[in-house]
Design a protein around this ligand. Structure first.
Ligand code: TXA
Ligand code: MG
Length: 321
């Protein structure tokens, strides 16, 4: 059931249930981090492998001390700059954090989200919230209450409607190895923005088979419709015609009768706006019963990097020559 009742959501969460909540990035499927029952349900409902750890959501920087220990100075610096906001930090965990949250790792991922509804909830609840994105494992992330309802309406008691997610792409994940910041997942805060704050950071190889963050797995964020990424759109369209084709484009519609539908992510050519519209556009394309979605490659800077990363995981790469 979609609802705007924050107190009802709190009541369910206080009673070991899981509810979907809005954040500034994507909707999360949330539960009390200390409730084994709630955490089990999160994994069940999402059909998420148990070796994939969850992000802990806190309502303040202070609350990090309950979750993590030996927090490096650069981590505090990043919190000061970017929290509340779409930055997740992987830190050494406190022994009180259940293994089910961290998949047995000695680190824990934590962030303070920037959405009034979840912040209000975190202020009234006596515990932090574990919340993976509210989609079945591997499929397109939800950026509206309706997206969540399409996935899970009959499986969870409440979906808190906080409108469309402002950032629309998951948080950036940073860990610390030998006191150096390491990027584990591209996300709503660009590498450029983080490096402006703390200097050059290491980028972990995203193509690894045993990634530090399973969100980095190659098939993820994927529509049900067969999807490809194309460096040359006309070659790709010529290859698939006369099939029913949908396009996912940055800023300009193309003039081609062979195409059934086109989604433009930012008419102004703004990459942040494009990121905010990415998943909603993919959801719309996926509902059109297309034979193929052809996505264009985005400029590879700022948010374009995160968009290309998600598109790469959502599609297969093909050479149309
Ligand atoms: O924006 C977001 O981060 C959203 C909203 C709901 O907060 N959440 C989200 O959660 O994207 P999820 O579960 O879909 O992705 C969490 C990622 C996974 O790739 C997971 O492997 C990684 O965080 N992660 C969690 N704990 C980790 C840890 N201790 N070390 C490395 N990666 C970790
Ligand atoms: Mg996810």
């Amino acid at each position: 059931m979609i609802s705007k009742d924050i107190y009802q959501a709190a009541e369910w969460l206080n009673n070991d249930a899981i509810v979907a909540l809005p954040t500034e990035t994507v909707y999360g499927l949330a539960g009390n981090i200390y409730s084994e029952k709630a955490i089990r349900k999160i994994f069940e409902v999402k059909k998420r492998p148990h070796n994939n750890p969850l992000i802990v959501h806190v309502g303040s920087k202070e609350a990090v001390k309950e979750i993590a220990s030996n927090v490096p100075n650069i981590a505090w610096q990043l919190m000061d700059k970017f929290w509340p906001g779409p930055l997740t930090l992987v830190l050494p965990k406190q022994s009180t954090i259940p293994d089910s949250i961290t998949a047995g790792k000695n680190t824990v991922a934590v962030r303070m989200p920037n959405h009034p509804d979840i912040l209000q909830l975190l202020a009234i609840l006596p515990f932090p919230l574990a919340a993976p994105s509210a989609n079945p494992f591997g499929s397109i992330s939800p950026t509206s209450a309706k997206h969540v309802a399409n996935y899970f309406d009959d499986k969870i008691p409440l979906i808190l409607d906080g409108g469309n997610c402002k950032n629309g792409i998951e948080s950036t994940i940073i860990g610390f190895e030998n006191d150096q910041a390491v990027l584990y997942r591209l996300g709503a805060i660009s590498i450029e923005h983080i490096e402006k704050e703390i200097g050059p950071i290491n980028i972990k190889n995203f193509e690894e088979n045993t990634p530090s963050a399973p969100g980095m797995m190659l098939s993820h964020y994927a529509p049900k419709t067969f999807s490809v990424i194309a460096t040359d759109l006309s070659d790709a369209i010529a290859f698939y015609k006369p099939k029913k084709i949908g396009l996912l484009l940055f800023n300009t519609k193309i003039n081609n009768k062979e195409v059934f539908h086109q989604e433009i992510l930012s008419v102004k050519g703004n990459l942040t706006e494009a990121g905010a519209n990415l998943y909603a556009a993919l959801h719309r394309l996926d509902a059109l019963d297309l034979d193929v979605i052809i996505a264009e490659k985005f400029p590879d800077n700022e948010l374009g990097k995160a968009i290309n990363d998600r598109l790469k995981r959502a599609t297969v790469t093909k050479d149309f020559k």
